[in-house]
Structure formats: structure tokens, C-alpha cells
Design a protein around this ligand. Structure first.
Ligand SMILES: *Cc1c(COP(=O)(O)O)cnc(C)c1O
Length: 464
């Protein structure tokens, strides 16, 4: 009985549409969309009443407020902008690397005006779209040729399908990795039409293991960088140099999937170094593939550098056409690569490198600023502290390397839970992602952009 009367007291759709919030929304968005959000929200209230929890009848304005978040999450769910306070620099869930200003400028130029993407301006003839970026990649890595596809997973698949379809590929058991998002080396190999020949054991593989597996069906030797995990203790892996020597002896190409791949030496920031592309080329790998949006700090792309004849073979494969990237990727990649011609400049301009290099002192200063602001915004002193912690590079690179950092730590209100508090933050605008640790929320300031500090404090205070 009581439920029926509560249901009758719920505001009608047209009443909600007359509220200030709904009117404001309708000035920016079509009425149908706003109406749909209001309907959905009223349905939710109806269900709450029928199930017996939340027995208060909302005002039209309260319904409109809630409809606003239903609108953005369920009716027209655009990707929310996010403040990354997780401390994971290359966060796949949050879109990996941020582009440099230079890359964005180039992107805008190419997006809004025609560009000579696939024509040679000298002859006026059709050409390949990756010939220009190839020159930059060759200069930077010392390779003789290069090509670019959609992502590194596609690059690996393209290489294997081109060079090894119907034949055998030798890989160490210690390198049969899964990269997340179900990219597993054995499965990619199978899908490429190649036959996997595993050698060695999980912790130890010797050169003789590879050599014994070579036969007339062997097409290539594959080395995969163990990007996202480490085997420690009693271990042995064959170096790229040794593998290259073996490949030469049997006239077999050696292909290396570097995973992240770096052009700049990240050990400058006090962490272990991630293998650099230039070194793999120098060591004699016939093809090296790596991602554009991991440590390189560019757009999503799969970059392959290496031997000219092999790259030409890749370009002739019909899969190459299926995996090609658009002009925006080339524009952003070109500009990102330009920064690397002077490594100092790369560290200054590329956000991924900037965040890796950010000093503890500067992070601490920024963290204190956020903490002070929180108090001004009414979050009590006892709930807020600034504490040391560690950030990670992410993107499946350097899983055991931790960069010292500073976090703003905020305890939830009495009676509130850290999970609920974190969810309110994720549902805010902008959405905020952080870490939950020891019943508190940890906001790692290393990955928060300098112009987001004020906003971050406001979001936290609002959700507290
Ligand atoms: C990340 C990674 C890939 C996949 O690269 P994407 O650019 O994400 O497709 C492949 N191999 C290794 C070793 C990786 O670390």
C-alpha cells in the first residue's frame, strides 16, 4: 500500500524536464536524449521503491541531477575524461601514453587539411603511406628499413604470417608470454599459420636448445621480450647476439618482439633500463617490433624496423593493408619521433618520459599543494596526509621497477567505505582513478598533470 503511494508521488517526466538542470542540459543536447535519461532515472527510483530500499521520494531537481549522470553513462556514454592518480604512467585502461604538444599540433594540421599521405609530391604518383616515417625510424635506429601498422600485436602477426606461414618458429619456453587482452604468443603464432616449436624450460634455455630444434621446416628464430614479468633465481636465457650468430649460421632470420621498446634510456630515472630499439638493430636482429604508445610515448602503432628485403615482403602481404594505420597516427608518430633526434628534447617534450623523470621533490611539492587545497575545501585535516609511495611505468614494461613518489592519502568519512568513495570519484566529472590501500584512497601525484591539481582537489572534496 505504502509503496503504491510512494510510486504515485514520484515526479512526472515533464516536471523533471522543467527543472533548471534539465533545461540546461536541453540547451546543449537534443530533448529526446534528455527525456530518455529522465525516464531511465525514474525507472531506477521506481525499482528502488518496489524493492523496499531508499524510501524517500526525490524532488524533480534530484531526479534531474541523477539523470545527468545516467545520461553520460548510459544514454550517450562518451569516454569520460580521466585524472590518472594511479601512479601507473602507461596505463592501458586509461589510454596509455599522452601525446606531446608537438604531436597534437601535427595531428590537428593533418586532420583538418589534406596531406600527401599516399602520394609522392615529386612524381605525383601513388606511394606507400609509411615511406616518410620509415626515413625517420631508420635515422633513429640505424635500421635499413621500417614499416608501421596498427599496433604491436598486429606487427607480430604480420611478421609471422609473412615469414613463417606453414613453417616452424622456434621460441624459448621462458618467452611464451601473455600480454593482457588475450594476446598470447602461442595463439598469435597459431593464428599466423606458423607452427610453434618450444625449446628449453621456463627458467632456462640454452643456445644448444635452439640449435637442436632447427630443421628444414624452420622459418625463423623468435625472441620475445619478457615485458610484464620477471623470472628470477636459477635462470638462463640466450642473448640476442648469440641468437643472431646462430641465425646467420643456418641462414635463418631472427625476429625480436621488444614489447614496449624504448628510444631513450630510462635508467636515467634511476630504474632498470628497458631494452632499446637501437641496440637490437645493432645486435643484428633481422626484424624488431615494438609499440608506439608504450615507452616511446607516441600514438598507438606497431613499428617494425629491420632488413629491407623482409620489410618489402611485409608490405606485399594483404594483411598489411588490413593492419594499416590512418593519417592521424602517422602525423602523431612523425612528430613524436622528431623529438627523439635530441634525447634531451625527448625527455622535455614527451609526457611519458616527463612523468618518468619527474623528481620526488617536485611531486612532494605538488602533493602538499593538493592536500592544502583539500583542507580549504572543507576536508578535515585528520582525513588527509601526504605520504611516500611508489609509481610504476606500466604498459607491461618493467614490472619489478618502482619509482619513488608522493601520494595524497585521503581517508573516507566515518561510515563510508573506501570502495564507495573510489566509485564516486570514478563517476565524477572528470572521472578520477586512484589506488585503494590500507582503507584509504591514495592519489599518486606523479601521473596527475600539473594543470589538473586544482581540479583533482575539487573532485576529491566533492566525493568525500
Ligand atoms: C605490449 C606488447 C605487445 C602488444 O603490443 P600492442 O601495441 O599493445 O599491440 C606485444 N608483445 C609484447 C612483448 C608486449 O609487451
Amino acid at each position: 500500500m505504502e509503496k503504491q503511494s510512494l510510486l504515485r508521488q514520484l515526479p512526472a517526466v515533464h516536471e523533471v524536464l522543467q527543472t533548471e538542470t534539465a533545461q540546461k542540459l536541453m540547451r546543449e543536447l537534443p530533448r529526446t536524449v534528455v527525456t530518455e535519461a529522465v525516464r531511465k532515472t525514474l525507472d531506477k527510483f521506481r525499482q528502488q521503491i518496489l524493492s523496499g530500499d531508499g524510501l524517500e521520494v526525490p524532488t524533480p531537481e534530484q531526479v534531474a541531477q541523477q539523470a545527468q549522470s545516467v545520461l553520460w553513462r548510459e544514454v550517450i556514454p562518451l569516454m569520460p575524461r580521466v585524472i590518472n592518480a594511479t601512479g601507473i604512467i602507461v596505463h592501458t585502461g586509461l589510454g596509455r601514453s599522452l601525446l606531446s604538444k608537438r604531436a597534437v599540433q601535427r595531428l590537428v594540421e593533418v586532420a583538418t587539411r589534406p596531406c600527401a599521405l599516399e602520394v609522392d609530391e615529386v612524381t605525383g604518383e601513388r606511394s606507400f603511406r609509411d615511406l616518410r616515417v620509415e626515413k625517420l625510424l631508420c635515422l633513429l635506429t640505424g635500421a635499413e628499413a621500417a614499416t608501421v601498422v596498427n599496433n604491436n600485436a598486429a606487427a607480430v602477426l604480420l611478421i609471422l604470417n609473412t615469414l613463417a606461414e606453414g613453417r616452424e618458429v622456434i621460441v624459448s619456453r621462458g618467452e611464451l608470454v601473455e600480454i593482457g587482452g588475450s594476446f598470447r604468443i602461442p595463439e598469435i603464432l597459431r593464428k599466423s599459420g606458423a607452427v610453434l616449436v618450444e625449446v628449453g624450460t621456463t627458467n632456462k634455455t640454452r643456445l644448444s636448445d635452439y640449435e637442436r630444434a632447427i630443421n628444414e621446416r624452420t622459418s625463423l628464430l623468435l625472441k620475445v621480450h619478457q615485458s610484464n614479468f620477471r623470472i628470477i633465481g636459477f635462470t638462463e636465457q640466450v642473448s640476442l647476439e648469440e641468437l643472431v650468430a646462430l641465425g646467420r649460421k643456418y641462414n635463418l632470420p631472427v625476429v625480436e618482439d621488444l614489447g614496449s621498446g624504448a628510444f631513450a634510456d630510462v635508467s636515467k630515472a634511476g630504474i632498470e633500463r628497458e631494452p632499446m630499439v637501437q641496440e637490437s638493430v645493432k645486435a643484428g636482429a633481422d626484424l624488431v617490433s615494438f609499440s608506439g604508445d608504450k615507452l616511446l610515448g607516441g600514438p598507438q602503432a606497431g613499428i617494425v624496423v629491420g632488413r629491407k628485403d623482409l620489410v618489402a615482403q611485409l608490405r606485399r602481404n594483404p594483411l598489411y593493408r588490413a593492419f594499416r594505420c590512418d593519417k592521424l597516427t602517422f602525423a602523431a608518430l612523425e612528430a613524436t619521433l622528431l623529438s627523439y633526434f635530441d634525447e634531451e628534447q625527448a625527455w622535455r617534450e614527451i609526457p611519458t618520459l616527463q612523468q618518468i623523470a619527474l623528481s620526488e621533490r617536485e611531486i612532494k611539492r605538488r602533493a602538499r599543494q593538493v592536500a592544502q587545497r583539500l583542507q580549504k575545501l572543507g576536508v578535515p585535516k585528520e582525513a588527509v596526509s601526504v605520504q611516500p609511495s611508489t609509481s610504476q611505468v606500466g604498459g607491461g614494461a618493467l614490472p619489478d621497477q618502482f619509482l619513488p613518489t608522493w601520494c595524497v592519502v585521503v581517508k573516507p568519512k566515518e561510515g563510508d567505505s573506501p570502495d564507495d568513495f573510489a566509485q564516486r570519484l570514478r563517476l565524477g566529472n572528470p572521472s578520477v582513478f586512484c589506488r585503494i590501500q590500507k582503507d584509504a584512497l591514495w592519489f599518486d601525484i606523479r601521473t596527475v598533470l600539473p594543470d589538473e591539481l586544482k581540479e583533482l582537489a575539487e573532485c576529491i572534496a566533492k566525493a568525500w
